[in-house]
Ligand binder design. Structure first.
Ligand code: NAI
Ligand code: MG
Length: 484
């Protein structure tokens, strides 16, 4: 007999329950509006990093499959999408946004199961922001000439888009929404460890009745991505991922007419002045590096604390870290979910060892970790040298390196002393300090008295080895248009 609650009223399933949907045992490639078996004949398993259980079998696209997807996108571009009145294009994009909102629960649960992130994040951040991106860019589709006055904006053609595993659906929406609004067609490849929400998005796109081939979603690993980058009939590459692969892509497309936007790594400085509201800053530090397991390219992984408040900040931070809940991503109380993959956990553990060997002091709260799956306790290092590898290199995990400073000039110099320049944070009571720092720091996004805030209307992107080009806002449109 079904269990009844005390009032005998049926309750809707909790957002984090798994009972309201079923995954398919196997997913094919979404090409030309249809599910197609891979010509490669190959498949791979996708797992849940929180318990190492298999979730589904996924097709692996080979070169012939990539070619079929690009051809489908070209056909849709030439025959349908580039000819459609922009206001009609917008209707389809709005439809995707609305369907995403309707299915938000389903998407949030699958995002957490496949990626390991806490349901609180996928439910409150990833999925609503993904829908917001489609809404935002739908609105621009028929107003492109107003976005670029005096220009004649025209689409680029077929966009090849390659995304990482840290924000799978959100990165898919950052890539697909502006591309479609500008009249391009798309071949998107999600990361090999997190293909599921992109495949659910393909199902949703079918339900939205987008013309066949406007969006193609192909799965596979680096070789599939490279085949897409090297395909001669792709007009634009949009990539988010590691700086190493970003550099490979730059080399591959050098000398071709392909346009590119690259959003690569980061090593953000989060700067706390003595006049900041310390409790609020501590919460911002936690949000900046520990939530989402530190799997964030703009994570505040370097903390610079004004010397006079160093002890207070570290004491309060350690206290707060003790109350962070590490564990089941589908538990709504969880703060820190599973590390995305065994490989990524290996990278993080390597840096924990390096940090200790470099002579820094490591602190982790003594929390229990589940027996199966990939986990890392929130970690902080004090006594970190500016030249230390843990202060210089991207770790991509819940690991914070703390240093101190005495003067504004000193901290600006230290913050800028990195090959990256994606984001930064400043905590102070003084508006003048904020403006001084934001003009002198070489980072694409700088948050003041907050951290990791996103909105479809604000552009996002990096300086230096963090990549080039902007996503989001009006800037994000420009990346998908010829502006003559
Ligand atoms: P990655 O850069 O290898 O993977 C990102 C995407 O690129 C995936 O879809 C992957 O299949 C694809 N890819 C891999 N090799 C490719 C190639 N030769 N040509 C075209 N596409 C290719 O990142 P990975 O190996 O998953 O993570 C390694 C490190 O990269 C992390 O530890 C982290 O430091 C950094 N990273 C940064 C991200 C960001 O948001 N900026 C996201 C993911 C990783
Ligand atoms: Mg890689």
């Amino acid at each position: 007999m079904a269990k009844k609650n005390t009032t005998n009223w049926p309750l809707a399933p909790a957002p984090e329950s798994k009972d309201h949907f079923k995954l398919k045992p196997q997913y094919e490639l979404f090409i030309g509006g249809k599910w197609q078996k891979p010509k490669s004949g190959k498949y791979f398993d996708t797992i849940n990093p929180a318990n190492e259980q298999k979730l589904a079998r996924i097709a692996e696209a080979g070169e012939a499959d990539v070619d079929a997807a690009v051809k489908a996108a070209r056909k849709a571009y030439d025959n349908v999408w580039s000819k459609m009145p922009a206001a009609e294009r917008a209707k389809y994009i709005y439809r995707i946004a609305r369907l995403l909102q309707e299915k938000a629960r389903h998407f949030a649960v699958v995002e957490s199961m496949n990626g390991g992130k806490a349901i609180r994040e996928s439910r409150d951040v990833d999925i609503p922001l993904a829908a917001a991106h489609f809404f935002y860019y739908a609105g621009w589709a028929d107003k492109l000439q107003y976005a670029f006055p005096g220009k004649n904006p025209t689409p680029l053609g077929v966009a090849g888009q390659i995304i990482p595993w840290n924000f799978p659906l959100l990165m898919a929406s950052w890539k697909i929404a502006p591309a479609l609004a500008c009249g391009n067609t798309v071949v998107l490849k999600p990361a090999e460890t997190t293909p599921l929400t992109a495949l659910l998005l393909a199902e949703l796109i079918q339900e939205a009745e987008l013309p066949d081939g406007v969006v193609n979603i192909i799965t596979g690993a680096g070789a599939t991505g490279a085949a897409l980058v090297n395909h001669p009939d792709v007009n634009k590459i949009a990539f988010t991922g590691s700086t190493g692969v970003g550099k490979l892509i730059q080399k591959s497309i050098a000398g071709t007419a392909k346009k590119a936007t690259l959003e690569l790594g980061g090593k953000a400085a989060n700067i706390i002045f003595a006049d900041a509201t310390i409790d609020q800053a501590v919460e911002g530090i936690v949000n900046g590096i520990y939530f989402n397991q530190g799997h964030v390219c703009c994570a505040g992984s370097r903390l610079y604390v004004e010397e006079s408040v160093h002890d207070e900040v570290v004491r309060k931070l350690k206290h707060r870290m003790k109350s962070l809940v590490v564990g089941d991503p589908l538990d709504k109380n969880t703060d820190i979910g599973a590390i995305n993959s065994k490989e990524q956990l290996g990278i993080i553990n390597k840096y924990l060892k390096i940090g200790q060997e470099e002579g820094a002091d490591m602190y982790q709260p003594a929390c229990d970790l589940p027996g199966k799956g990939y986990w890392c306790r929130p970690t902080l290092f004090t006594n970190v040298a500016q030249s230390a590898r843990i202060a210089q290199e991207e770790i991509f995990g819940p690991v914070l390196a703390i240093q101190t400073f005495r003067t504004v000039d000193e901290v600006i110099q230290k913050a800028n002393n990195t090959p990256y320049g994606l984001s930064a944070g400043v905590w102070t009571d003084k508006g003048s300090k904020i403006f001084n720092l934001t003009t002198k720091m070489r980072a694409g996004v700088i948050w003041a008295n907050t951290f990791n805030k996103f909105d479809p209307t604000s552009p996002f992107g990096g300086y230096k080895e963090s990549g080039y080009g902007r996503e989001g806002g009006v800037h994000g449109l420009g990346a998908y248009l010829n502006l003559n």
